[in-house]
Design a protein around this ligand. Structure first.
Ligand code: PMP
Length: 424
């Protein structure tokens, strides 16, 4: 047992799956204190879209620290905040015809979700929120109330109220239109659902098992909500910042959510940072009404502004699309090679999953991959999906190396399962 295991609470999680002592990191690799390198296909659960310690972001941060730029300032004016907002408007919002106001909540994803839920309730004067099966939005009470996972929900210790869960796209199989159900519930005064303030969703449910909402479903949902004067909150904490290709995951659906939550890869460097974007007419906050000590961390403004260089043209989006096609092809071939595990491929852009009918397979593949020098996680309520989340800037060579490890690991698990069956 090491010092960390002795002292840190039982709540620790990822170190149990990857029990080595990491020391340094760069690009797509993490290195342990004894020099073993791991290829990172987890990327901090979507934090490291530009890899670990990207040199340009590091240079901007070092320069800012060196010249004694303000580190902490509550939400006072700073040049670092000014630069971030100027660039964000210029590179991200304006080219997409989005005139969102920007709120800096606390620095984590769940902080952004809490603020978004509060705002939607304040704007509409309604209490109810509609959330989707297998959605994941964070661990604080409001976020938990819109999260599906019963294990995480039970941790709340109090009732999680004022939320109605409805089936996500595909939840009831390919032949059931889950939006038709929602539409009927909203339109029927006898449905038992109070008129909601908002609907919150991930366009690709990441923790919930890499479940993809089709663009057509998203477009129809946005229209339905508009008709009923219900706000649409897109939680782009994990699949925003280019994970699916475009900067915002919802862009190809042609929708403009009322409220958007971003965090994880927004600072680009792994520094905690989150924003809530809202249509200007929804900016009904009183000054200081949603407060906090760490709202808009200056070093994160600096690296986030530097990371926007990636978005000055569509090169990264095109790269993600090309790499995504490569990943899908390889995963489909791998799924075909192991029919006994019942594998299928899902995902969009560089969040892709290999879902197994054999519920123990994904964890076993992750463990096998770890012995082969790779960090890769699972998702889904039973951890039944191997979730590929490599940094977006990964080279084709590293991508192929990672896919080779996944293939070898899947085959090892399939063979072990076959051996077990033959002994039985
Ligand atoms: N929303 C989504 C979609 C997420 O994936 C996560 C984190 N996995 C969160 C919210 C919560 O973010 P955080 O852990 O930073 O609070």
């Amino acid at each position: 047992m090491n010092t960390i295991e002795r002292h840190e609470s039982q709540v620790r999680g990822y170190c149990r799956a990857f029990p080595v002592m990491f020391d340094t990191a760069g690009g797509v690799h993490l290195t342990t204190e004894d020099g073993k390198r791991y290829l990172d296909f987890f990327a901090g659960a979507g934090v490291l879209n530009y890899g670990h310690n990207h040199p340009q972001l590091k240079a901007a941060l070092l320069d800012y620290i060196e010249r004694d730029g303000v580190t902490h300032s509550l939400d006072m004016f700073t040049t670092a905040k000014r630069t971030f907002l100027e660039r964000f408007d210029e590179v991200i919002l304006r080219p997409r015809g989005l005139d969102y106001k920007v709120q800096f909540p606390g620095p984590t994803g769940t902080n952004a979700v809490e603020a978004a839920l509060k705002l939607a309730r304040k704007v509409t004067g309604r209490e109810r929120i509609i959330a989707f099966t297998n959605g994941f939005h964070g661990m604080t009470l409001g976020s938990l109330s819109v999260t599906g996972n019963s294990f995480k929900r039970a941790g709340a210790g109090v009732p999680l109220a004022n939320v109605t869960a409805v089936p996500f796209d595909g939840y009831l199989g390919d032949n059931t239109d889950t939006l038709a159900y929602l539409e009927a519930m909203l339109e029927d005064a006898g449905s038992g659902i109070d008129k909601p303030a908002a609907v919150i969703l991930e366009t690709v449910q990441a923790e919930g098992g890499v479940n993809v909402a089709s663009f057509e479903w998203l477009t129809r949902l946005a229209k339905l909500l508009k008709r009923h004067d219900i706000l649409l909150i897109v939680d782009d904490v994990q699949v925003g910042c280019g994970r699916t290709g475009p900067f915002f995951s919802f862009e190809p659906a042609g929708i403009k959510p009322d409220i958007v939550c971003l965090s994880k890869s927004l600072s680009g460097y792994g520094l905690p940072f989150a924003v809530v974007l809202m249509k200007p007419e929804h900016d009904v906050w009183e000054p200081g009404e949603h407060n906090g000590t760490f709202r808009g961390h200056n070093p994160a403004f600096v690296t986030a502004a530097a990371a926007l260089e990636f978005w000055k043209d569509d090169k990264l989006t095109k790269d993600v699309e090309a790499k995504a096609a490569r990943v899908t092809d390889r995963l489909q071939a791998i799924a075909k090679r192991c029919p006994s595990l019942g594998a299928s491929v899902r995902g969009r852009g560089l969040i892709q999953g290999l879902a197994f009918d054999d519920k123990s397979a994904a964890n076993a593949v992750s463990a096998e991959a770890f012995t082969r020098g790779m960090i890769i996680e699972t998702a889904g309520i039973d951890d039944e999906v191997l979730k590929l989340l490599p940094p977006l800037i990964i080279s084709d060579e590293d991508l192929d190396a990672g896919l080779d490890i996944i293939e070898a690991s899947v085959m090892a698990v399939a063979e072990a399962a076959a051996d077990k069956r033959s002994v039985a």
